[in-house]
Design a protein around this ligand. Structure first.
Ligand SMILES: NC(=O)c1ccc[n+]([C@@H]2O[C@H](COP(=O)([O-])OP(=O)(O)OC[C@H]3O[C@@H](n4cnc5c(N)ncnc54)[C@H](O)[C@@H]3O)[C@@H](O)[C@H]2O)c1
Length: 255
């Protein structure tokens, strides 16, 4: 009988950026559970090392500022030297700088959000795809968009949302371009997820409760709610899915 329900990820190397963040950490755990060697990449090198150490000795942490685009090929080389060829890339690192007053948004705010959310996602995918294409065995990229790619954002997150719109468009373009190499490229679009990124001075707990009340599944997301969707898109079970942006918002948006 044909097997239908296998991740097909055993023994692969999964590189997860933002791996020390709320969602990234849950994602690294899920890839480890699926049998991958996990490269935990984060700006916070010590936190990345701690996450990797908790996963076990098959995994490793890498400190990197993804805004340093020229350094990304060397980062991929370091990951591959340690853990083998990258078969899965998850671009989960993200930066938000909320500004209630759009008239006060400066160029540095724009650059900080576009550099990590969008520019690094492209150039890291490029650096990883070089090896995937050369090896001829395909691979999978999962980018982190946001439901704000559709809404334009809330609570002063217009620039962030524009970058996430770029992530969804980038995902489609890369998917179309690299399909012939067997590289699938998809995105996850979380709704409202409990994390450092969500909780901050720009949003009060009462506002978060008010948002939760509008979510059909009755609560805001937990980081681990994103793990299964991310692993699924990277896995053999999603082998005929490319260019998709998967809405994981508890029904807050439906599309
Ligand atoms: N939390 C939400 O409600 C929500 C909603 C929609 C989308 N997202 C997206 O999900 C992804 C994960 O977010 P999260 O909620 O876990 O946030 P988080 O802030 O907990 O994690 C983000 C991680 O990215 C890392 N990072 C930031 N800048 C970096 C850089 N220059 N180089 C390397 N690493 C860097 C941070 O150190 C952090 O560990 C992000 O792409 C975010 O935009 C989150």
């Amino acid at each position: 009988m044909t097997r239908h329900l296998a991740w097909g990820l055993e023994g692969r190397t999964a590189m997860v950026t933002g791996g020390a963040g709320a969602i990234g950490r849950a994602v690294t755990e899920a890839f480890a559970e699926a049998g991958c060697r996990v490269a935990v990449v984060d700006l916070d090198a010590a936190a990345a090392a701690a996450v990797a150490a908790q996963l076990g000795s098959d995994h490793a942490g890498f400190g990197a500022d993804l805004g340093q685009i020229a350094a990304l090929p060397a980062l991929v080389a370091a990951v591959e030297a340690r853990l083998g060829p990258v078969g899965v890339l998850v671009n989960a690192a993200g930066v938000i700088r909320r500004s209630a007053d759009l008239l006060a948004v400066g160029e540095a705010d724009w650059d900080a959000q576009f550099d990590v959310n969008l520019k690094a996602a492209f150039f890291l995918a490029q650096a990883v795809a070089r090896g995937m294409i050369a090896r001829g065995q395909g691979g999978a990229v999962v980018n982190y968009s946001s439901q704000s790619w559709m809404t334009g954002g809330m609570a002063g997150s217009v620039v962030y949302s524009a970058a996430k719109g770029g992530v969804t468009t980038l995902t489609r373009g890369l998917a179309r371009s690299w399909a012939r190499h067997g590289i699938r490229v998809n995105a996850v679009a979380p709704g409202i997820v409990d994390s450092a990124m969500l909780r901050g001075p720009a949003i009060s707990p009462a506002e978060i409760d008010a948002l939760a009340a509008q979510i059909p599944l009755g609560r805001i997301g937990r980081p681990e709610d994103l793990a299964g969707a991310t692993v699924f898109l990277a896995s053999e079970m999603a082998r005929y899915i490319t260019g998709a942006t998967l809405n994981v918002s508890g029904g807050f948006l439906m599309y």
